[in-house]
Write a protein that binds this ligand. Structure first.
Ligand SMILES: NC(=O)c1ccc[n+]([C@@H]2O[C@H](COP(=O)([O-])OP(=O)(O)OC[C@H]3O[C@@H](n4cnc5c(N)ncnc54)[C@H](OP(=O)(O)O)[C@@H]3O)[C@@H](O)[C@H]2O)c1
Length: 330
């Protein structure tokens, strides 16, 4: 299985109506990197109905700085605005503010002119979050078993955390306020009364980035290229080398990472780490890619099958020996 839930690139081959060789495209969600080979590869074959044309004013790199996290943040803002969120209203809360979805939500909301309150469990993040546009930084939200309604504090919230603290937000929403519920890093369950919903018109809007209808998906990507695009988008991109991956994974697991990681996977990195061979898989019916790699010293050493829906395909495994002077052929 090739992981990677996001990809962006240029079409090399297609017979799908509406697409042409050379089109720049984005694919996120659906089964990509879940039950279908994902984005961590140079070439990928995907269903055309998953493919979005790269909007004008967005580069392939910017699309991948966003990735699913950015797309989900954009979708949440789109749905909250439909539900009445406006820059004339009260402040907007962003939970899990140092996380992937939280950071980019904060950037986008700030860029649009909203006053954002960032909630984080990290003691060292206040300065960083203020630089990214938070008006105020508060700690993680407490569990709340107090009164059914509290002081109207926020007009809306973006919540990638969920769990039993969610009612803490709901009972503090302004009239007709909404929470965009995205994730569950804080847990799956919560308990609430009906009062915020029937006495203040509160709503919890479920955000699903995976099966968003295509019309809405295209609209959100167009907005990501225009009004939702934060000025500091490139500031949250961090390029790391192959040897920094274990440390970066620890940082993500321990919630010490902010922003999006890009991994530089060049061959010199593999040699530096004492690797003598590298392998890749090429679809057997992709003669261009096969000859590209053959001309660069790769040779076919095996094959394996993969599934695209019910279609079974063959990938040829190609190997490059790094102990020879592979650079001559590059
Ligand atoms: N619905 C969708 O379509 C969709 C799309 C993308 C992601 N998601 C989900 O959204 C969630 C967040 O994704 P992400 O990429 O932002 O993950 P992430 O980068 O790991 O960020 C999650 C953040 O939540 C906070 N957090 C962690 N544990 C917590 C706890 N026990 N209580 C309160 N806050 C906690 C931390 O931020 P602080 O330290 O700053 O508090 C952490 O950085 C995940 O559950 C993911 O599966 C859903």
């Amino acid at each position: 299985m090739v992981p990677g839930i996001d990809l962006a690139g240029t079409i090399e081959e297609t017979n799908a109506p509406g697409f042409e060789v050379g089109d720049k495209v984005i694919v996120t969600s659906y089964d990509l990197g879940v039950s279908h080979y994902g984005g961590f590869s140079e070439y990928a074959r995907v269903k055309s109905e998953w493919v979005i044309e790269l909007p004008e004013d967005l580069t392939l790199e910017e699309a991948m700085i966003y990735g699913t996290a950015g797309y989900t943040a954009g979708l949440a803002i789109e749905q909250l605005e439909k539900s009445g969120m406006s820059i004339e209203g009260k402040e907007v809360l962003v939970r899990g503010a140092t996380g992937g979805v939280g950071t980019i939500s904060l950037l986008m909301l700030n860029n649009l002119g909203y006053d954002v309150i960032a909630s984080t469990g990290r003691d060292d993040a206040e300065e960083k979050l203020k630089k990214l546009g938070a008006k105020e930084v508060i700690g993680r939200l407490p569990e709340d078993n107090s009164k059914p309604l509290e002081k109207r504090t926020w007009q809306a919230a973006i919540d990638p955390v969920g769990g039993e603290n969610l009612p803490y937000i709901v009972k503090r929403l302004d009239n007709n306020g909404s929470v965009a519920l995205i994730g569950m890093t804080g847990g799956n369950n919560f308990e609430t009364t009906v009062f915020p919903f029937i006495l203040r018109g509160a709503s919890i809007i479920g955000i699903d980035s995976v099966f968003t209808p295509i019309k809405l998906r295209k609209r959100v990507w167009r907005r990501l290229a225009k009004d939702l695009k934060p000025q500091q988008l490139h500031d949250i991109k961090h390029v790391i080398s192959f040897d920094e991956i274990p440390k970066a994974i620890d940082q993500v697991i321990n919630h010490n990472n902010t922003g999006q990681l890009f991994i530089n996977l060049d061959i010199d990195q593999a040699i530096k780490f004492g690797k003598s061979k590298i392998w890749l898989g090429v679809w057997e019916h992709n003669p261009k890619a096969l000859s590209f790699y053959k001309n660069r010293g790769f040779r076919v050493t095996g094959s394996h099958q993969f599934y695209t829906g019910s279609v079974v395909d063959n990938d040829l495994i190609m190997e490059l020996d790094l102990t020879t002077n592979y650079k001559q052929s590059l």
